[in-house]
Design a protein around this ligand. Structure first.
Ligand code: ATP
Length: 255
């Protein structure tokens, strides 16, 4: 069974549809990048995957033992309480809270997971530092460790490298890739960085009115929508829409 199966979902705010009739699925170990221009509904879809916004139509089915409350989530940076007056260890450990249900006290297992993930991300020597005193890159590592504490199956990252310099960004992408490949944790990443998405992701979901794509990264590169988005370094895919329609009329490539 698929880890996540979205079946014909539509999502709306106060009657205004943002995503219409979207279907896709992902399996254990997949690395899915969600791309598309501003306002195309990427963060809205993330909210629905987290159960914070119910689809107005269709359904999202979780399989393979994945529970919605056990998704490891790293929100967009501007959503994060950057000045949080807690230690790194406390922030990482708080990733265990969601899975605790009605038991708000940490167990030895929670503390072990927090330490393990701090080690994995090379931030164990920062354990007692105050979160708000860290650099942007260090903060993202801490929040990634926190997200990892919440899950063994799925990481959900919403534009995680915004504001980071190129070197720190490259290191962060490398970390995500290693976690995905070594531990088999599936990754969903909302990204405006098409180059990195093409390099690291196994699958692409491109959200855009009239020009949606879901499939493998290789197929995306060959698709009209993908080629246009890659060529233009993003945005206007109208040309691709026209090209796609012409092809369909001729009975050609429908990818
Ligand atoms: N809480 C809300 N209430 C009403 N409309 C909203 C709300 N949140 C988002 N929207 C609208 O839904 C649409 C999709 O927004 P969303 O943030 O999901 O897009 P996005 O693809 O993540 O954009 P970006 O790339 O800029 O982050 C936009 O038109 C936005 O104005």
């Amino acid at each position: 069974m698929a880890l996540i199966q979205c079946e014909n979902i539509s999502i709306a705010y106060e009657g205004q549809t943002v995503i219409e009739d979207l279907s896709f699925q992902m399996d254990q170990g997949d690395y899915l990048c969600i791309v598309g221009e501003n306002g195309s509904g990427k963060s809205t879809l993330v909210k629905s995957l987290l159960g914070l916004k119910s689809p107005s139509k269709g359904k999202i089915i979780f399989g393979d033992g994945l529970l919605q409350r056990e998704i490891g989530y790293l929100p967009q940076q501007n959503d994060v309480q950057k000045d949080f007056p807690a230690s790194v260890y406390e922030v990482v450990l708080s990733g265990r809270l969601n899975g605790r249900g009605f038991h708000p006290f940490y167990k030895a297992e929670d503390k072990r997971r927090a330490k393990e993930n701090m080690q994995l991300l090379g931030i164990d020597d920062l354990a007692r530092s105050c979160f708000r005193d860290l650099s942007g890159g260090q903060k993202q590592r801490v929040l990634l460790a926190r997200a990892l504490c919440a899950t063994k199956k799925l990481l959900l990252l919403d534009e995680p490298v915004t504001g980071l310099d190129p070197i720190v960004t490259a290191e962060f992408y490398q970390l995500i890739k290693e976690i995905n490949q070594k531990s088999g944790i599936a990754v969903v990443m909302v990204s405006h960085d098409i180059e990195s998405a093409l390099r690291d992701a196994t699958h692409i979901l491109h959200l855009q009115e009239n020009a949606r794509f879901f499939g493998t990264t290789e197929d995306y590169k060959k698709s009209a929508v993908g080629r246009q988005y890659i060529k233009s370094g993003q945005i206007d895919v109208q040309e691709a829409v026209v090209e796609e329609r012409l092809k369909q009329m001729k009975g050609g490539d429908k990818s």
